[in-house]
Write a protein that binds this ligand. Structure first.
Ligand SMILES: Nc1nc2c(c(=O)[nH]1)N[C@H]1C(S)=C(S)[C@@H](COP(=O)(O)OP(=O)(O)OC[C@H]3O[C@@H](n4cnc5c(=O)[nH]c(N)nc54)[C@H](O)[C@@H]3O)O[C@H]1N2
Ligand SMILES: Nc1nc2c(c(=O)[nH]1)N[C@H]1C(S)=C(S)[C@@H](COP(=O)(O)OP(=O)(O)OC[C@H]3O[C@@H](n4cnc5c(=O)[nH]c(N)nc54)[C@H](O)[C@@H]3O)O[C@H]1N2
Ligand SMILES: [Mo]
Length: 745
């Protein structure tokens, strides 16, 4: 894409860029053309020259002008007295005043409690993930970065498990996105089947994967297998649908392994040469027969057998594993079983199978993890959750989130007293379990500040200082698909306009670094920083190219391209892919995958199921919101206006519920009000509720806080009901009852 990135046609400025955030998105780096007239963003189009997205864009990008110029955007730094938390008494200040306050408070709090008392609350993979660790570790000198979802149950479990079992970065469907000629690339093969497991990439485009490539590949002949309790749109186009009971995925995966192994459908040569512990796995899966799995998961044994056979005998085929793996208390075991399915069938690191990253150090040039690596060991030792959950904390370099809530509440093992909200509105969808508890606990912070684009319930309730953030159209930066963990490409984010006094994450980080830790931070501007970090490329070089695609090699394990020592195989203690995981064993977990019932199911808790007979899954993504974002964007809100709970017509009829009724979703932990949508896509015993709802149009002040407590499904989620090594949660399977809400709206 050797293109000029900025052109002028009369009074219209056209800027080509790659999308990231804000507003929220995962790093697919979609190609956009931004049109600016008289300093205003007037239109967004997809960039047909972008090698991967080729002009396709989502409604969230198309509505960017409404977001950028929204009257509620916060355009200047603001402060408020600590005693006024919850009140809309914000006062405009200058950037210098804002930075002075942060510096003074940091010095005061470090003096009283030490650097470790500073905690950063970060969210999912937006641009902030690129900088969050450098920011807190490198600028503030604290080890406590907290992604606050119970059990760190997003992406972390899948990546860490992959590191343990395969010694490489995250496995992804090989959709040819790394080649400039994509699907026509010589040597790339079309996957015969793609199994989408608890993943719906059309709306979600998760973690760098361009969801629409599924459609591109289907047009060329790829067939789909869906493992999902909801018959979503893709499922209606699939060859096979395993409509399982939420949370029972482990049973299905283990039974598929049982069929593939017992019917000798696996790749014997690959297993012999590159896998460790296959015979143990063979023994382990004997108890998990398809008939047993049918009872547990509701998936018919014959269907399960057919799918296992079809998948194993059509090579190459691929598996896309989704969030339902992480949001499962036993997600580590489930993920391990799915990795085994990817591997023993000969689909590992081959064209059209699952592609994997190179060595696990690709992020380093951007100094995301570097700051972590240079932290003194005695500081790292003190990281929240490290003693209880070293298997999580040591690999991710971040806190175990449930332990952060415990620490905020108890001051054990030491007090946390200064907070930085960076890319998380954690009271609305993330604060996992028990957002009310989080809200109370966060009040103990003596000082906290936030970077964001709009006021939100978390900042209104908990912060003392607001730093206004520029949107993706308003700053320079880079996007690294898959966060650099997988074979990814890099794209330039180009500034098209300035709005108010907003600054980017990178600018704010560098400004604060100059004031708090100048010796370690010689770079003053984003350009200086990026030039120092991009390695062979300069920032100007990158923006001229637009997108830089990596060199791809398949079968890296047989070329010495994975291990740090250059040897064959992968980066595990045995050098092989560990179907029997010596690392899990070392961490006190079982080395082989197993199945346990979800902690709150009709089978594990028949006592609770009497009162709460429905199985609740939550949070399936929509096209028009990114978690709690976009609720104030008119075009997006028009498409999904209210929080929707999907319920089968039979279940609804039994409760006197009609389409569009407001209902109360209740369980042993809490309740949330949503609007019923009657649909046959879901089993009568299962309901699905949207997450991330608040009402920007409602009263901002506490206790109302934009209605954040009205439709907060995370009030129904347990705290610290997690797996043995600190991962996993129950967002995709718990119990509830639904009743018609009598008073209007
Ligand atoms: N538009 C948009 N895109 C997003 C986001 C967003 O908020 N909006 N969020 C981003 C983030 S942080 C993430 S992690 C990704 C997640 O993206 P995905 O991995 O695609 O996850 P979800 O959309 O949560 O759910 C995917 C599917 O899992 C199904 N499911 C529910 N319960 C279960 C279960 O127990 N087992 C199985 N097998 N399936 C189940 C749902 O019905 C749904 O179809 O999306 C990212 N992309
Ligand atoms: N019940 C239920 N709950 C869930 C889920 C579910 O499936 N079910 N999914 C969970 C998952 S997987 C995740 S990852 C979490 C996500 O949760 P979070 O990532 O915490 O998402 P938000 O709460 O929307 O908060 C993000 C905030 O960051 C701001 N923002 C956007 N872009 C940027 C940026 O580039 N930099 C900065 N500094 N700020 C930015 C937004 O305006 C917004 O206020 O939610 C979780 N919550
Ligand atoms: Mo996520």
């Amino acid at each position: 894409m050797e293109k000029e990135w900025m052109t002028e046609h009369n009074d219209l400025l056209e800027v080509r860029t790659c999308a990231w955030s804000p507003p929220g998105d995962h790093p697919v780096g979609c190609g956009l053309k931004l049109f600016v007239k008289e300093g205003k963003l007037v239109k967004v189009e997809g960039d047909e020259e972008h090698p991967v997205t080729k002009g396709r864009v989502c409604p969230r990008c198309l509505s960017l002008p409404e977001y950028v110029h929204h009257p509620d955007r916060i355009l200047y730094p603001m402060k408020r007295a600590r005693e006024e938390r919850g009140q809309d008494t914000w006062e405009r200040i200058t950037w210098d005043e804002a930075y002075d306050i942060i510096v003074d408070k940091t010095n005061e709090i470090v003096e009283k409690y030490g650097r470790r008392s500073i905690v950063e609350f970060t969210g999912t993979g937006r641009e902030a993930v690129m900088y969050c660790m450098a920011f807190l570790n490198g600028v503030f000198g604290s080890p406590n970065v907290s992604y606050s979802q119970s059990g760190f149950s997003c992406y972390g479990p899948r990546t860490v498990l992959t590191a343990y079992v395969m010694g490489v970065g995250y496995p992804e469907i090989d959709n040819a996105s790394r080649f400039s000629d994509t699907y026509d690339h010589p040597g790339w093969e079309l996957p015969k089947y793609i199994m989408l497991w608890g993943k719906n990439p059309l709306p979600s485009n998760p973690d760098g994967f361009f969801g629409h490539s599924i459609i591109d590949m289907m047009r060329r002949g790829t067939k789909l297998i869906m493992v999902d309790p909801r018959m979503n749109w893709l499922a209606t186009k699939a060859e096979y649908v395993l409509q399982l009971r939420p949370g029972t995925d482990g049973a299905v995966a283990l039974a598929m392994l049982n069929v593939i192994i017992n019917e000798e459908l696996y790749d014997h040569k690959f297993v012999d040469e590159w896998c460790y512990g296959f015979e143990d796995l063979r023994e382990r899966v004997q108890e998990y027969t398809p008939e047993w799995a049918e009872e547990v998961s509701w998936v018919k044994a014959d269907l399960l057998r057919s799918v296992a056979r079809v998948y194993a005998t059509n090579t190459p085929s691929s598996i896309g594993w989704g969030l339902a793996i992480d949001q499962n208390k036993y997600g580590i075991q489930l993920g391990h079983a799915i990795l085994a399915l990817m591997v023993i069938t000969g689909n590992f690191d081959v064209p059209g199978g699952v592609s994997i990253g190179m060595r696990d150090d690709t992020l380093e040039p951007l100094q995301t993890l570097n700051a972590w690596k240079i932290m003194p060991p005695e500081v790292k030792e003190q990281q929240i959750g490290k003693k209880e959950y070293p298997g999580l904390v040591n690999v991710l370099g971040q806190c175990q989130p449930d332990c952060v809530l415990d620490t905020l509440e108890t001051d054990e093992p030491y007090p946390l007293r200064m907070g930085f909200f960076e890319s998380s509105n954690l009271l609305s969808p993330t604060a996992s379990a028990q957002p009310e508890r989080w809200c109370g606990a966060l009040q103990k912070l003596e000082f906290s500040f936030a970077t964001d684009t709009f006021m939100n319930p978390t900042i209104m309730a908990c912060a003392d200082l607001f730093l206004p953030l520029s949107s993706l159209a308003e700053h320079d930066g880079i996007v690294l698909t898959h966060y650099g963990l997988n074979l990814s490409f890099m794209g330039a984010i180009n500034k098209a306009l300035q709005v108010g006094e907003c600054k980017s994450e990178l600018e704010i980080m560098l400004d604060l670094a100059q004031r708090l830790n100048p010796d370690e931070w010689p770079w003053k501007t984003p350009e200086e920083y990026l030039n120092a970090k991009l390695g062979v490329l300069t920032w100007d070089g990158l923006r001229e190219k637009g997108v830089v695609q990596p060199q791809v090699e398949y079968r890296k394990y047989e070329k010495g391209l994975i291990r740090h020592d250059g040897g064959l195989g992968v980066n595990t203690p045995t050098g092989r892919i560990e179907l029997y995981s010596t690392v899990l064993e070392e961490l006190g977990e079982e080395p082989l995958p197993y199945y346990h019932e979800p902690p709150y199911s009709p089978i594990s808790r028949p006592d609770l199921a009497e009162e709460f007979p429905l199985i609740l899954t939550t949070g399936a993504r929509t096209y028009v919101s990114f978690h709690s974002e976009h609720r104030q964007v008119p075009s997006c809100r028009e498409i999904v206006s209210d929080p929707i709970v999907e319920i089968h017509p039979k279940a609804a009829a039994a409760r006197g519920i009609k389409e569009g009724d407001w209902v109360l979703i209740k369980n042993m932990f809490g309740e949330a009000k949503e609007r019923a949508h009657l649909t046959p896509i879901i089993n009568p015993q299962v309901v699905h509720a949207q997450h991330g709802w608040w009402y920007p149009e409602q009263d901002a002040e506490a206790p109302h806080l934009f209605g954040v407590w009205q439709s907060n499904v995370n009030s129904l989620m347990p705290h610290k009901e997690i797996g043995k090594i600190g991962f996993g949660s129950n967002y995709k399977s718990t119990l509830c009852e639904i009743i018609k809400f009598e008073s209007e709206g």
